[in-house]
Design a protein around this ligand. Structure first.
Ligand SMILES: Nc1ncnc2c1ncn2[C@@H]1O[C@H](COP(=O)(O)OP(=O)(O)OP(=O)(O)O)[C@@H](O)[C@H]1O
Length: 212
């Protein structure tokens, strides 16, 4: 994996409200290679916070506060220019593309040796030779690993994870936690994890923010 350095992700006095009622307030800085875990009751606005950071919060909410990546004001950029990578509980692979096609989709246009990068990424997660397979022929755990590598190949500058392990069975969950957090640490990316699972927070190894 190519190591590339990112800046800190700063969440500056963010407040998110729905119908005039504040759902959450967050003020935090996530340094490169660190995972901030956000926990809280269902409906407390965790996914909405991620949507605000990534740039696709809907008008139903009123939100305020700053989102900075180093010196860059992310709120001034449209979602596709923010350089934020997302991982959800569903792998969301494109069903009409092969595994290789899904991975190439994440690669920035200027990358020359796409084939080599894809081959290397698959090898890294124990899926060497899976390029031509369709996503539907993969197990849930294999799909999750492809989704992780697609995310990393897109060279995000920060990563948001929304319950990324909740659909995996217990053994696989532990394996994916280790893989995901090691990869994020190696890549030196700041990451924000939303979860209900204390074991996820422990594996992430960073600070934990408990919403009321
Ligand atoms: N588009 C929307 N319009 C109006 N209300 C919404 C919309 N999306 C979500 N909500 C409401 O906003 C609140 C926050 O939702 P959100 O999904 O951010 O919570 P959460 O903390 O991620 O919940 P969970 O842990 O169950 O995933 C909830 O009360 C939800 O019903």
């Amino acid at each position: 994996m190519t190591v590339y350095f990112s800046a800190s992700l700063r969440l500056e006095q963010i407040s998110i409200a729905l119908a005039g009622r504040e759902l959450l307030a967050v003020d935090a800085t996530i340094v490169p290679g660190e995972v901030l875990t956000v926990m809280g009751p269902s409906g407390s606005g965790k996914s909405t916070l991620l949507a605000y950071i990534a740039g696709f919060i809907t008008r139903d909410f009123s939100a305020s506060g700053g989102v900075w990546l180093g010196e860059q004001d992310l709120l001034s950029l449209p979602a596709e220019k923010r350089g934020i990578g997302l991982l959800f509980q569903d792998p969301l692979l494109f069903p009409h593309l092969s595994v290789g096609g899904n991975l190439r989709f994440g690669l920035p246009r200027h990358i020359q040796d796409k084939h080599q990068q894809v081959t290397q990424a698959l090898k890294q997660v124990g899926l060497a030779g899976f390029e031509a397979r369709g996503p539907a022929t993969l197990s849930g755990g294999q799909q999750a690993r492809v989704a992780l590598m697609r995310l990393l190949l897109s060279k995000p500058r920060a990563v948001l994870l929304d319950e990324p392990f909740s659909k995996l069975d217990t053994a696989l969950r532990q394996e994916m936690r280790t893989l995901v957090f090691n990869q994020l640490r190696d890549a030196g990316l700041p990451a924000l994890l939303v979860t209900h699972d204390l074991a996820d927070a422990k594996a992430a190894g960073g600070p934990v923010l408990e919403l009321g």
